[in-house]
Design a protein around this ligand. Structure first.
Ligand SMILES: [Fe+2]
Ligand SMILES: [Fe+2]
Length: 186
C-alpha cells in the first residue's frame, strides 16, 4: 500500500489543487518505492528532487490562486508555506550534500507528515471553504509550470523537473513512470 494516500479528509474539492496534491504524493511514494527496490542512490535522490521542485511549484501556484480570489487569510497561509519551504530548503541541502540516504528520507517523511497532517487538512481546506462560500463564482486558477517559470518564480532547473512531473497530473503516476519521465527529461 502506498505510504501517502489521498484519503477523503485530504480532499479540498478544488480539483486543480487536489490533482497537484495527488501528484506530490505520487512523487513521495515513488521515492520510497524506488528505495525499496534497492535502486542506485543517484536515482533515489533524483526522485527526491522531483518532490522538492514540485512542492515549490505547488505552493507558488496556490499562492497565486489565493491572491486572485482575494482570500482574506492569505498572509497566515503564506507564512505556513514559508515554514514548510524552510524544511524543503533543508531537504535540498541534504540531497545536494549527498547526506546519508536515511537522513534524506527522514527529512522527506517529516516534511510530508507536517504538511499533510496540518497544512492540507486545515489550511488548504479553509481556502477551499472560502472559495465555495464566496459569491464571485470564479474557479481558482493554478498557473502552469511554464507561467510560473516565466514569472521568475521557478528556477530553470526546477522548471525542467516540474514540467516532466506535472504532465497529466489528474491521474495517478507510478514510480516506474516517474523514473522514466525523470530519465527522459534529463
Ligand atoms: Fe497551501
Ligand atoms: Fe496545497
Amino acid at each position: 500500500m502506498p505510504r501517502f494516500q489521498m484519503t477523503d479528509d485530504l480532499m479540498t474539492g478544488i480539483k486543480a489543487i487536489d490533482d497537484q496534491h495527488r501528484r506530490l504524493f505520487d512523487c513521495a511514494n515513488a521515492v520510497f518505492a524506488i528505495r525499496d527496490e534497492n535502486a542506485e542512490e543517484r536515482v533515489v535522490l533524483d526522485t527526491v528532487r522531483s518532490v522538492i521542485a514540485y512542492t515549490i511549484y505547488h505552493f507558488r501556484a496556490e499562492e497565486f490562486a489565493m491572491v486572485e480570489q482575494a482570500f482574506p487569510d492569505q498572509k497566515r497561509h503564506l507564512d505556513q508555506h514559508k515554514a514548510l519551504l524552510a524544511r524543503v530548503a533543508t531537504l535540498r541541502r541534504l540531497v545536494e550534500d549527498v547526506a546519508p540516504i536515511t537522513a534524506v528520507l527522514s527529512g522527506l517523511q517529516m516534511l510530508l507528515d507536517e504538511w499533510v497532517r496540518y497544512h492540507i487538512k486545515l489550511s488548504d481546506k479553509a481556502f477551499a471553504r472560502y472559495v465555495a462560500t464566496t459569491s464571485t463564482g470564479r474557479r481558482p486558477k493554478l498557473p502552469s509550470p511554464a507561467a510560473m517559470h516565466k514569472a521568475g518564480l521557478l528556477s530553470d532547473l526546477d522548471y525542467r523537473t516540474v514540467r516532466v512531473v506535472h504532465a497529466g497530473a489528474s491521474r495517478p503516476l507510478t514510480s516506474i513512470e516517474l523514473q522514466n519521465r525523470l530519465m527522459r527529461g534529463r
